[in-house]
Design a protein around this ligand. Structure first.
Ligand code: F6R
Length: 602
């Protein structure tokens, strides 16, 4: 959700800002903009749509050779349509701001500022920040006092960078609810800012992941934090190579192919012949726990749903799963014999983060299963288990999901062993199956080619039903979500046995049913459900290791001896299938319309 960057130093400011925004563009690409400050003169460039439009605009302009500092933004629209006027940085009379998040009380503030004669040009919530700053600056003639007074008035979630001709050598910054990192650059007198660490890698080695309520002012003389004593510096990796496409057409494609390798990292040092180990957890964690509650959004929610089957089946612990945005406002009854698990690729999703905070406030023990170390959730939860998937850049999540499911499967076995709810032989069989996950996730030429060829038959029609039972139901949900988000076709994931309770009324040749038919779990049951749909003329594409004569199309998977291995093999098929449909429709696979990678607003 929006990305922000900032730079103070002697390198070419415009290049540093554009390179940084490139790393963040997957977070939002409705518009982009930068503001550059040199000797009290501010130059601003904004463009609608992707960053390449901004780059083009800058190439054709008369850029000055050097700038002392600058701020930049890539936007995912919340308040106000994606237009150039609504693009950041936003201007007052003599200052500019970039902002990630939402200012909830912007209407009241705008009314107040209008009554003081301030003029607004955009429909955004952000514009009030810069006007409020100038209102106080005009009163106090002191930028620090003006900035701090501004912050005190803002409600909502935000990270902010602000520059002003009134203090032309400084960038003011503040974090509350949305992520922001401050870094000391590799060169002398250099300061960098970014809303995630990707733009900073290679440019600096020391960073502060700001906590909520932290801010300050930076200049080439250094960084002054408003709450200096509480700031802690940490280090960053120095290599950037893991975030490139490496010859694949899209990040999504690269990330699908990568899954087989990254799940090995996920398991590294965590699985042994007769046990699962998590160094991050404390053995006493499960003491007094009678129930598990999982909370997440989107794809991570689907991983949670999958885990609920595994927690109950293997660890024999009652488990419920909630969509974070629903959980927050339902006035849930929470008791401290419940272990609260949140799942998040980014660790920043606003609803999941707030749900986690709510659980903590109610005294529940908490675990986050997360891909981003040092993200907000890893800092709030009692325990953080990292999925180790590496940076995920495709907006449609792939390797984050497979690594989440692997972590959760291991966690179910870890709890099962602790609770003695599993016999040694079953535990060994499960661990043996876990070791096979990397090969189940391997993308073969034949599967990729088959999904490519089949994709051309599934471009039209009035909708898709992805159906499955047990863990293949959340997998069906995930298959449908992948298709929706990158192909813009209507798709639903459904429990196969539930079709006859209503949705089967939609069946006709233009209704495409993607049936997940594993050999090792309820095969006969799902077969009858698919037969019912076939009898009503729905077009059936079966994904199964067993041939199915009623299928119009068939994607064969390999025979396996564990249903979870079938799960992972089918996952790859579904990811490739949606990607190839999206390619045929001419869509932007990595940056689908209306979406953003990390949803840091409610
Ligand atoms: C779908 C997708 C989203 C995310 C959701 C939660 O492909 O990426 O549905 O899964 O926004 O994000 P995280 O996992 O970062 O909390």
């Amino acid at each position: 959700m929006c990305g922000i960057v900032g730079y103070i130093g002697k390198q070419k400011t415009v290049d540093i800002l554009l390179d940084g925004l490139k790393e963040l563009e997957y977070r939002g690409y409705d518009s982009a903009g930068i503001a550059l400050l040199n000797c009290e003169k501010i130059s601003v460039y904004k463009a609608l749509g992707k960053l390449s439009n901004l780059e083009e605009k800058i190439q054709h302009s008369n850029l000055c050779a050097s700038y002392d500092l600058g701020i930049g933004h890539t936007r995912w629209a919340t308040h106000g349509k994606p237009t150039e006027l609504n693009a950041h940085p936003h201007l007052g009379e003599y200052s500019y701001v970039v902002h990630n998040g939402i200012i909830e009380n912007y209407k009241e503030l705008k009314e107040e500022l209008l009554s003081h004669g301030h003029k607004f040009v955009s429909q955004t919530d952000t514009e009030v920040i810069v006007h409020l700053f100038e209102y106080y600056q005009n009163q106090f003639n002191d930028c620090t006092q003006a900035f701090q007074s501004t912050i005190k008035r803002l409600e909502g979630a935000y990270s902010i960078l602000l520059i002003s001709k009134a203090c032309p050598h400084s960038i003011y910054f503040f974090k509350h609810g949305s992520p922001l990192i401050v870094a000391r650059g590799n060169n002398e007198n250099e300061v960098l800012f970014a809303s995630s660490d990707a733009p900073l890698i290679g440019l600096c080695s020391e960073v502060v992941y700001l906590e909520d309520g932290f801010g300050g002012v930076a200049s080439k003389e250094g960084i002054v934090f408003f709450n200096e004593a509480l700031v802690s510096w940490s280090s960053l990796p120095t290599s950037k190579q893991f975030a490139q496409k490496e010859g694949f057409r899209f990040f999504m494609e690269k990330e699908i192919y990568e899954q087989s390798n990254v799940v090995s990292d996920t398991m590294l040092g965590r699985i042994f012949d007769n046990s699962i180990a998590f160094d991050e957890l404390n053995a006493s964690l499960m003491e007094g726990i009678r129930e598990i509650k999982i909370c997440a959004c989107g794809t991570s929610y689907h991983a949670g749903l999958t885990a609920s089957y595994l927690f109950e089946r293997l660890a024999k612990v009652k488990c419920s799963v909630e969509i974070a945005s629903e959980f927050r406002y339902k006035e849930p009854l929470l008791s401290n014999d419940t272990l609260f698990i949140v799942i998040s690729q980014s660790g920043e999703t606003a609803d999941t983060l707030e749900a986690l905070k709510m659980a903590k406030k109610n005294g529940l023990k908490s675990i986050v299963v997360c891909n981003v170390d040092n993200s907000s959730m890893t800092r709030v939860a009692d325990y953080a288990i990292l999925t180790r998937a590496g940076i995920e850049k495709g907006v449609a999540s792939t390797k984050a999901f497979s690594t989440q499911v692997v972590v959760l499967w291991m966690l179910a076995l870890y709890f099962a062993k602790y609770k003695k709810s599993i016999d040694t032989q079953t535990l060994q069989n499960e661990i043996h199956a876990l070791r096979e996950v990397p090969s189940a996730l391997l993308v073969t030429n034949s599967v990729h080619e088959r999904t490519k060829r089949l994709s051309k038959r599934y471009l039209h029609g009035h909708g898709f039903f992805f159906i499955g039972r047990d863990v293949f139901f959340p997998l069906a949900l995930e298959g449908a979500l992948k298709l929706k988000e990158i192909s813009y076709l209507h798709a639903e994931g459904y429990p196969a046995g539930e079709m006859k309770h209503g949705p089967i009324a939609l069946a006709d040749p233009e209704l495409f049913t993607i049936a997940l038919m594993p050999q090792n779990l309820l095969y006969d049951k799902i077969k009858s459900n698919v037969e019912e749909l076939s009898a009503r003329d729905s077009t059936i594409c079966a994904i199964s290791p067993l041939s199915f004569e009623l299928a119009d199309d068939f994607i064969p998977t390999n025979l396996k001896n564990h249903y979870m291995l079938e799960f992972f093999e089918m996952l790859v098929v579904l990811q490739l299938f949606s990607m190839e449909i999206s390619v045929r429709l001419g869509n932007d696979v990595d940056m689908p319309r209306n979406l953003a990678k990390s949803v840091t607003v409610e």
